[in-house]
Design a protein around this ligand. Structure first.
Ligand code: BG6
Length: 491
């Protein structure tokens, strides 16, 4: 039987992008170099080898700092959103977007991170961007830090390991709140703060080869994470003070793990992973470290320096809502060594025989999104916002210029059905921003040809192309979903 489920009135439908993957103009108008500008496109590496794709070592940084052009550094050019944003916003408006998630590149505001005064040209760019969104009745949702910290802070301060970086970030955040207080109401602090262990360089500026042992690197990463937690709480405090009525969210990767069987040993393994994934929301939503993590520090002699007052800061300045990305689920098994593995943005796990995978090996699991929404809501009773979800695929432009991305429509349809069911079952969900609403450079592989958008951008992995935008078949489909604010489901 078919049935129509509606989304709540005022549901914030839209799309998401990040500065470092979209803007380009990496050295324009005073912008400094960020960790994204040293991320290399490595055509000779297996695109499904997630760990190698993300890895950045000291030698890579040195080479990148010397490289002046962008051929093999695709994030330096993005899709040139910096110069195309008005045209892109017009297309988002045509789709009926209620919101657009963007990030501010810290290096446009403070090129090295430690300057006395902000860069006016950078501030002006985002002011114009937010005004353009408002003019089009699109609510900005702004991430302060989306894998784009100044490289200067990596080279001179050990990234987020250094406590001074907290002060620099808070200063940057305050400058943004002051400047955009009349334009931006919804803020996110750190994108996927839990990715510290998956790709520490990009997330917290930790270069693992600087450390003598795995243990030292692990301690440094936990220190960096703690500093980000404190910075996030302080940013939340100042946002509320400077912008009355503003709302701040944390942003995590929802990594749902299933046990392979009902063998209690499989269940314990899956529970361990799920519990670890909740650490990041626990700290930012409940305002304290879970006991199991503090025990882990003690047992393993991991010394995370927490200043007097940190605990109170975490406790006092909690987030208003929880935002998350959802791309896939994982499977844990005591027999993992004998099982086929899958990759994706959660590194590796056991293949789930019930699920298809994308061309990049990411397991597609719409029902896992329903489970995640219910799990998160039941645990925290806070409004949720899905701020990333989508499928990276190769698209083909037909001779007549059309792009028939039925696979993308199918992907979104199945995920929207599950969101609607979760809402119907009592979950409070504020909105949905697809990743990415327009083709951009991929975060892990730095590929342009891994496409996510409803809008096609004519550019290849090495930057050749006209950068002309065109609508894919999914454009009209998403427009209709937004217009109707409902979805038909099969019962
Ligand atoms: C998320 C990131 O982990 O995954 C995005 O927040 C990223 O920045 C997205 O683009 C998809 O990953 P990828 O590597 O396919 O771009």
């Amino acid at each position: 039987m078919k049935k129509i489920l509606s989304f709540p009135e005022g549901f914030l439908w839209g799309g998401a992008i990040a500065a470092n993957q979209a803007e380009g103009a990496w050295n324009v108008d005073g912008k400094g170099m960020s960790v994204a500008d040293v991320a290399m496109y490595k055509p000779d590496i297996d695109i499904k080898d997630y760990v190698k794709q993300w890895h950045v070592g000291l030698e890579d940084i040195k080479n990148a700092m010397e490289a002046t052009e962008d051929t093999y550094y695709p994030k330096r050019r993005g899709i040139d959103f910096y110069h195309h944003y008005k045209e892109d916003i017009a297309l988002f408006k045509e789709m009926g977007f209620k919101t657009l998630r963007v990030s501010i590149a810290w290096t446009r505001i403070f090129p090295n991170g430690n300057e006395e005064k902000p860069n006016e040209k950078g501030l002006a760019f985002y002011e114009d961007l937010f005004k353009e969104l408002r003019k089009n009745d699109i609510e900005p949702l702004v991430t302060l830090s989306h894998y784009e910290m100044p490289i200067y802070l990596v080279n001179n301060y050990d990234g987020w390991v250094s406590r001074e970086v907290v002060d620099m970030f808070v200063k940057y955040a305050k400058v943004c709140f002051e400047r955009y207080k009349d334009l931006v109401k919804y803020w996110l602090t750190f994108n996927e703060i839990d990715s510290v262990f998956r790709h520490p360089f990009t997330t917290v500026g930790v270069v693992e080869d600087k450390y003598d042992s795995k243990k030292e690197a692990e301690e440094a990463i936990y220190q960096a994470l703690h500093n980000q937690f404190v910075a996030s709480a302080l940013a939340t405090k100042y946002c509320h003070e400077i912008i009355p009525g503003s709302q701040v969210g944390c942003m995590v990767t929802k990594t749902l793990t299933y046990p392979e069987t009902c063998n209690p040993d499989d269940i314990i393994l899956a529970q361990r992973d799920n519990r670890n994934n909740f650490v990041y929301t626990d700290v930012q939503v409940l305002g304290k470290y879970p006991r199991h993590l503090l025990n882990y520090f003690k047992k393993n002699n991991i010394n995370v320096k927490m200043l007097e007052g940190d605990e109170a800061i975490l406790q006092q300045y909690k987030v208003d809502f929880i935002s998350f990305s959802y791309y896939m689920s994982m499977v844990q098994s005591i027999n993992a060594a004998q099982r086929e593995k899958v990759g994706g943005n959660l590194v590796t796990g056991v293949k789930n025989p019930y699920l298809p995978t994308s061309e990049w090996g990411w397991q597609v699991d719409p029902k896992g999104l329903r489970v995640s929404l219910i799990d998160l809501y039941d645990r925290y009773q806070k409004p949720l916002w899905i701020v990333e979800n989508g499928i990276g695929a190769y698209d083909t432009v037909e001779e007549d210029g059309s792009i028939n991305d039925d696979y993308r429509i199918e992907y979104f349809k199945k995920h929207f059905e599950q969101i609607a069911i979760a809402i119907d079952e009592g979950v409070e969900c504020m909105g949905y921003t697809s990743w990415a609403c327009i083709d951009i450079v991929s975060a892990s592989t730095s590929q342009m040809t891994k496409r996510y958008g409803f809008i096609y951008v004519d550019a290849d992995d090495l930057g050749n192309g006209t950068y002309k935008r065109s609508k894919k078949k999914s454009f009209e489909w998403y427009k209709n979903i937004i217009k109707n604010n409902n979805i038909e489901i099969e019962e």
